[in-house]
Write a protein that binds this ligand. Structure first.
Ligand code: FAD
Length: 343
């Protein structure tokens, strides 16, 4: 007997399935394209916070989820035996001018209050290290909240942990028990087709991977570019943001631009070898917030979608609150994440 069937084997579907399985539920995951076939099978994996100001329920939820990362991914690895590549290595961000420096110092004060001492956001002098990005003021923001994982490996690690708990993962089959739809941007398009206006859409992103070992160094955020060192001696550079696209998984000259920007920003990457390019489509809801809760168009079913650019950062807590709802009928999901908010 199956208690929960999850459609979609990406970060959201697998996390919901895992959180149900670790509470003892019998879980089946169905994805015709297999594990990590969508946005989740990528290479970037920045687990980065929003700026610590103008606090709201989305930022508070994200903070909790990021702080859960070490325990969540640690348990996934311990149960399934595969590493998601998780580490909380922090992040450096350059400060372009006096205004940015002053703002960063103000945010250091708000972080001390909003992050409750569980992580820090400080302004530091640029270390004398070729991993440190160029910074006109000579200063960097250093936060200790940011983590990283390897998205493709994290999907495989979740799948292994699920199977170790007796969960099924299949490319087809029947829905039994409670049903959760976590079908990414295709699922958003399906809901839009059932509605009178846009519920959500796919936003394509391209990224690339370089061979450079900076595994223990902080990740970098430079003029919108995520530069993420992985445990396996690679560094991911991401990402483009494309609303219009002809194919979901193709890369083009926009990757050359990402590469040139990364090489200019970080001295250590000037000669780094390119290993591969990757593209995928992020699920963005109309409100840009995650959509977690009851499915607005499939009566009795549930929905976990809208992870957009921070799906991996949100996945631990999204999985937990969905398991609360699906298994116990307990709803502790922020009101702004109610799928009806995007209708
Ligand atoms: C270039 C790029 C960089 C990114 N960088 C980051 C980052 O640094 N940090 C971060 O947190 N997030 C990042 N993201 C976003 C993150 O990848 C997404 O938020 C997350 O993967 C969404 O997970 P998901 O499970 O909702 O969707 P997906 O991973 O797309 O999974 C949906 C799954 O549903 C399946 N499916 C579709 N239709 C059906 C159906 N009818 N039945 C069954 N299965 C179905 C698909 O095959 C797919 O496997 C990035 C995304 C991209 C594209």
């Amino acid at each position: 007997m199956v208690d929960v069937t999850v459609f979609g084997a990406g970060a959201f579907g697998l996390s919901v399935a895992w959180c149900c399985a670790r509470r003892g539920a019998a879980v089946r995951v169905i994805d015709p394209d297999g594990v990590g076939a969508g946005a989740s099978g990528g290479i970037v994996g920045a687990l980065a916070p929003h700026v610590p100001e103008q606090w709201n329920e989305k930022k508070a939820f994200q903070l909790e989820s990021l702080l859960m990362g070490a325990d969540f991914w640690g348990e996934v690895e311990a149960v399934g035996g595969l590493s998601p590549g998780y580490a909380r290595t922090g992040r450096w961000q350059p400060l372009a001018d006096a205004g940015a420096l002053a703002l960063a110092r103000t945010r250091a004060e708000s972080a001390a209050r909003l992050w409750q001492g569980r992580a820090a956001w400080d302004v530091i002098e640029r270390p004398d290290d070729d991993w440190a990005p160029a910074t006109p003021t000579g200063y960097l923001i250093h936060d200790t909240l940011t983590g990283r994982l390897h998205p493709r490996q994290a999907c495989d690690a979740l799948a292994a942990a699920l199977r170790a708990k007796g969960g099924e993962i299949a490319t087809g089959g029947r829905a039994e028990g409670q049903v959760v739809w976590a079908t990414g941007w295709r699922g958003l398009e399906d809901m839009t087709a059932r509605h009178t206006r846009l519920v959500g859409t796919g936003i394509k992103g391209q990224a690339l991977l370089l061979g450079h070992d900076a595994a223990t160094m902080p990740q970098l955020f430079v003029e919108g570019l995520h530069i993420v060192p992985h445990a396996d001696g690679t560094v991911a550079i991401g990402s483009t943001t494309e609303r219009d696209f002809a194919a979901a998984d193709t890369t083009d000259s926009q990757c050359d631009v990402l590469l040139a920007r990364a090489r200019t920003a970080v001295p250590a990457l000037a000669e780094a070898r390119e290993i591969r390019r990757w593209a995928g489509v992020r699920p963005r809801s109309r409100t840009r917030a995650p959509m977690l809760g009851r499915h607005p168009f499939r009566e009795g079913d549930f929905l976990a979608n809208g992870g957009f650019k921070i799906g991996f950062g949100m996945a631990p807590l999204a999985g937990e609150v969905m398991a609360d709802l699906v298994l116990e009928g307990q709803d502790r999901i922020p009101a702004g994440f109610d799928p009806r908010a995007s209708l």
